[in-house]
Unconditional design. Structure first.
Length: 95
């Protein structure tokens, strides 16, 4: 899922390849890689998906105006599934 309006921040590039990209969008929409899911689908299926795809190298991205609580909720699902490393995607600050 493409995000055009991520938060800005200073961060070094993530090393290696991501096993999955979890995207949180406005209006309560989210997805894993290119598949859109409801919150119920995400919460019910993420643990088994992480078992199959890998629990390292998961990237969490969100649109800049997504409520913080939605991002924390998604992160909680990932932590409960045993994901060991989550990278937060940001767009670089232009100076």
């Amino acid at each position: 899922m493409c995000i055009r309006d991520r938060p800005k921040g200073e961060a070094r590039p993530l090393e290696g390849k991501a096993d999955m990209i979890v995207t949180v969008r406005r209006g309560g929409r989210l997805g894993v890689d290119r598949t859109e899911l409801t919150w119920a689908q995400f919460e019910a299926s993420f643990a088994s998906l992480a078992e199959r795809r890998g629990k390292r190298g998961v990237i969490l991205q969100a649109e800049a105006d997504v409520p913080h609580g939605d991002v924390v909720r998604a992160l909680g699902v990932m932590v409960k599934a045993g994901v060991e490393g989550v990278g937060i995607a940001v767009d670089p600050i232009r100076r």
